[in-house]
Design a protein around this ligand. Structure first.
Ligand code: AMP
Ligand code: MG
Length: 523
């Protein structure tokens, strides 16, 4: 028997994943079957063995030496048996304006697997060549942005933020031309799906209602199966997506993350963060922080993110109206508006839950919002690093306020708030009947305190600081030196462990670096 042939007539390599492709088979009209480009000289520069294991990857079947079988697989050169490479169509509102035709211009869904926990996961390439959706683009990615996605995505995952994951990074041996010539690379990305708000907008804008309905039913089957078959499933689906977005953006805000390009094509149905382009972590707390060089009006500034998420959901709702009420879409407006109007309160509830954990509170009380907001106002007035401010508050829970006070130009400005917080903690402990190891007098403290331990688990010490990320990407790009990248990643995957030798990853960048820091989409 002849071996099966892939789209270019090249025999596929042995099955390393047990593929179970639903998108390319059930939604064949929602994109185009397309093969990744051939990389002249692929080299594996990073491989996520733990994630591969979770995906049920047969590691024994592949050599992970730099030029080996894994390099050929994760460059797209060898298409494994069972894969159904496919470029997905989508549209999107970008910086407020509608682009009806985007799609996977330089990405390809290789296939789907059911992981060891029974969850369906997409395995996709980014930077694997032009597709029919490439428009003017070259279909490529440079090593810097690929490694940025690895670093920030894996850090977000380690911090418990829903996100796509990175499985492998390969250099192609081919230059990519941006402002200068850069080493080309391919990222292998794993996602619980690549369905976006923009996927729905694409078919809604074209008036392709049958395709839109197929897409929605598929998305429901995949992400909200309990809604399948219900007559009111589309409005409930909208509600479920809104809940996931509210929870997601609350987590971003809790860790000081600025996505930078919250267009509807980068807004997932799954509630995972996607597309780490011009993103950055805040240093000194500033709600207006924006780092993206293309975001000249600060549309996607830190504090705007919940507002933008709601705006994006309104675009999603518009796409779903003809499914909710096919005979009279306008009559469905009040039902989606109810969800959109509830969004700010839902976001705030998720955000406040996160803040309680960060502040070491386990009981919800009415004045928690004011307590959290007042701490943030202090961080802002005193230009205190967001991440370290919370982390050093954990030390204060252990009875040592020196490190926190040392962050403030005027340390005494913290005292009033700290007294309030301590009282709040003591009230909680009295209510619980709990006594911290340091005794009731140090309920907000005491060496080895349970509260301090919980706070350290909720407040990372190692985040992808912008200057450390840039340093790692520069070494990889200019000198093929991956050591800074590896060292940074090793710190980021255990973000809450304060370990000797890793102090440099906890330190803020010099203020003048942050003031001039700009990320570009130069993907
Ligand atoms: P992104 O900025 O990565 O979210 O991409 C937005 C849109 O532009 C998507 O449709 C991408 O596929 C497309 N795109 C971005 N960069 C390229 C490129 N170098 N070649 C082709 N398409 C691209
Ligand atoms: Mg995108």
């Amino acid at each position: 028997m002849n071996p099966p042939r892939d789209l270019h007539g090249v025999p596929p390599v042995p099955a390393v994943f047990r593929f179970d492709n639903s998108y390319a088979t059930e939604l064949a009209a929602h994109g185009v079957a397309w093969r990744p480009a051939i990389a002249p000289s692929p080299r594996l520069v990073w491989f996520n063995a733990a994630l591969a294991e979770e995906l049920g990857f047969d590691a024994g079947a592949l050599a992970t030496d730099p030029g080996g079988a894994a390099a050929r697989l994760f460059s797209g050169n060898d298409v494994p048996a069972g894969a159904a490479p496919f470029a997905q169509a989508y549209a999107g509102h970008q910086f407020g304006g509608f682009s009806p035709q985007l799609g996977d211009g330089r990405a390809i869904l290789l296939g789907e697997v059911i992981d060891r926990n029974g969850r369906r996961r997409d395995i996709a390439f980014k930077g694997s060549g032009r597709t029919p959706y490439a428009r003017g683009g070259d279909g490529k990615a440079a090593i810097g942005p690929v490694l940025r996605e690895v670093l920030i995505g894996e850090a977000m995952h380690a911090m418990g933020v829903p996100t796509t994951r990175a499985l492998a990074a390969v250099t192609t041996g081919e230059p990519v031309h941006r402002e200068t010539a850069l080493p080309g690379a391919v990222l292998t990305r794993v996602a619980s799906s690549h369905l976006r708000v923009g996927t729905f907008e694409h078919f809604a804008a074209r008036g392709e209602l049958d395709l839109l309905r197929q897409l929605a039913d598929y998305a429901i089957r995949r992400h909200d199966p309990e809604l399948e078959g219900r007559p009111d499933r589309y409005v409930r689906f909208f509600h479920a997506v809104a809940e996931r977005q509210a929870a997601l953006v609350a987590r971003w805000m809790n860790v000081g993350f600025i996505h930078g390009v919250m267009n509807t094509d980068n807004t997932t149905i799954s509630g995972e963060t996607i597309d780490y382009g011009p993103c950055a972590f805040m240093e000194a707390y500033d709600p207006r922080a924006v780092f993206s060089s293309i975001d000249t009006h600060g549309r996607y500034a830190y504090a705007n993110q919940p507002l933008i998420a709601r705006w994006n959901l309104a675009r999603f709702a518009e796409s779903l109206l003809p499914l909710i009420e096919p005979d009279d879409p306008a009559s469905a407006v009040p039902r989606v508006v109810e969800v959109i109007d509830a969004f700010p309160a839902r976001f705030e509830a998720f955000w406040l839950d996160g803040m309680r954990s960060k502040l070491g509170l386990s009981v919800a009380l009415d004045d928690d919002l004011a307590l959290a907001a007042d701490f943030l106002a202090l961080l802002e007035r005193q230009s205190i690093d967001f991440t370290l401010g919370f982390r050093r508050l954990a030390d204060a829970a252990d009875g040592d306020r020196t490190a926190l006070r040392a962050l403030a130009p005027d340390p005494s400005s913290l005292d009033g708030w700290l007294a309030r917080w301590r009282e709040r903690c003591m009230g909680e402990d009295a209510r619980d009947g709990a006594v911290s190891p340091g005794g009731p007098a140090s309920a907000a403290g005491g060496p080895g305190g349970e509260r301090a331990r919980r706070m350290r688990a909720a407040n990372p010490i190692a985040i992808p600081r912008n200057h450390k990320v840039e340093e790692a990407l520069a070494a990889a790009t200019l000198a093929a030196d991956y050591a800074p990248f590896e060292a940074l990643l090793a710190a980021l995957v255990r973000p809450c462990d304060e370990r000797p030798g890793l102090e440099e990853y906890a330190k803020p960048a010099p203020a003048e670096v942050t003031a001039n820091y700009r990320t570009t989409c130069g993907t």
